[in-house]
Design a binder for this molecule. Sequence first.
Ligand code: ATP
Ligand code: MG
Ligand code: ZN
Length: 511
Amino acid sequence: MKQTLELYFITSGELPKESIEHLTQFISKYEQDLNSKRPKGKFTIELSEIKDKKIVLSLNSVDSYAPHTIVLRMRKQLAQEIGKKYKIGLRGFKFIKYEIEKKLKLEPKREFTLPLTSKLEFFKKEDEPWARIEIDPEIEEDFVEKGAIERILRRINDKISKDYHGAKKEHHTVAWYSGEKKLLTSKNPTKLLEKEGWIKRTNYRNQWILTPSITAVIEAIKKIMVEHVYTPLNYQKMMIPKLVDWSIWLRSGHAEGMFQGGFEPYFVVQPKSANPEFFEEIADYITITKTIPEDKLYEKITPPIGGLSYAQCPPFWAWLQGKTIAKESLPILVYDWSGPTYRYESGSAYGFERVDELHRIETLFIGTPKQVKEVATETRKKLREVFDRIFDLEVREAKVMPWWLEQSAKDEEEEDMLVGTIDFETYMPYRGSREESEWLEIQNISIIGDKYPRGFSVKTEGGKDLWSGCGGGSFERFITAFVSQKGLKTDEWPEPFLKYLDNIPEPPKFL
Ligand code: ATP
Ligand code: MG
Ligand code: ZN
């Protein structure tokens, strides 16, 4: 790696002429110290000039320190040096030119640009792929301090390797299978539900009205889950917010995956003002034309402040953020079904199994690594019981590693239930044979490691490791899976399921 940085420090006043000699000495001593601490590679600093309240430096590194980290480090000592001697303060720094040449792990398949860089080009040296990066000299000091340059360099390799692996396929291995079950239909479940009048598509993409009939079935599923999963495992019911501001998605890491294949949020905006006068012309326009003046309206709203709940559990963490949890309060086990979550699913013509407004049960558990593994294992067992014995579904469990877990999982060795995800998948007869058709994921259960506690600065007594895990399954998926195997003749439904079902209201008759 080769890095050259030209920059200036800004001083509060004009430094006298003789300061050149003094600071040249200071800097050459600083340079010597650095090189003696790190014999490998080569690092030089030169004082180019002092004028117009600027101390201009040039830093060169070959396989040695990153120049900007040295700038951050020497800042304090330099400030002391000129403060003591000339009673002049140091105001900060500004880059003139920062060029980095870095060897790449893989050869890039395309050109791309990155924020905060003014140039990014690829070239070959001794048959190896390299990148030449120029950092935008206008980069804010604050970003440099907080690691933006390191992340630019990492991002280059990440983007290149993503082009090799494509939209990374989840690694998928079947860990358990219920065996073949009695299938009562091979019809499309969405069509069956629509025909029976249990669900109705709205005007809006992938959104459905859930009538009293299907809601009665959902209530039965809730009862089953409480009796078979939550009560025996001591989960507590709570209500997690469903409007999520950026601060949450920044900490949970979701924001950086936005529309990159795994996080497709609905955005939320605010009015720029809530004054009646501010919206008066809009109201007038709608009254007169009975249409929405979209362009005019757009001028009156803010950029998104965040979005609608996507993964359900991230906003939970604002509760524990910055806290240290007493050992006696662990593990914490909760579940939430207090409202829908929203996903902008790509494409718009899906059935009931892939909706934009979905109703999920989310379970969430926090504890020591041992507790989290135990809870995940127990929850997985209970969920298996529900799907296999009570719903009587033909279902399998698959071990997968979703993108958002890859980073946390890197340090873990192979074991049955470590950081990673178990997906419950059901066979959908209408899609074809067991071997060739795509099965439907109805529920997942994940061990996430310390990703969330770290992201939200949650600690535990004595600084011990704190882990979390979570799982979710939507009523839309449960019912689609069930109806695709058992049909809609309710008297044929499995006995253990019927036990929880009171009465299914008849839909209204339409003339
Ligand atoms: P898929 O790969 O099928 O899109 P996913 O990996 O996006 O699923 P997760 O993010 O793991 O799903 O969410 C967990 C659960 O949420 C799923 O098992 C499923 O029950 C439910 N779910 C996810 N997306 C939808 C959707 N669009 N409509 C209905 N339920 C959904
Ligand atoms: Mg999905
Ligand atoms: Zn979750």
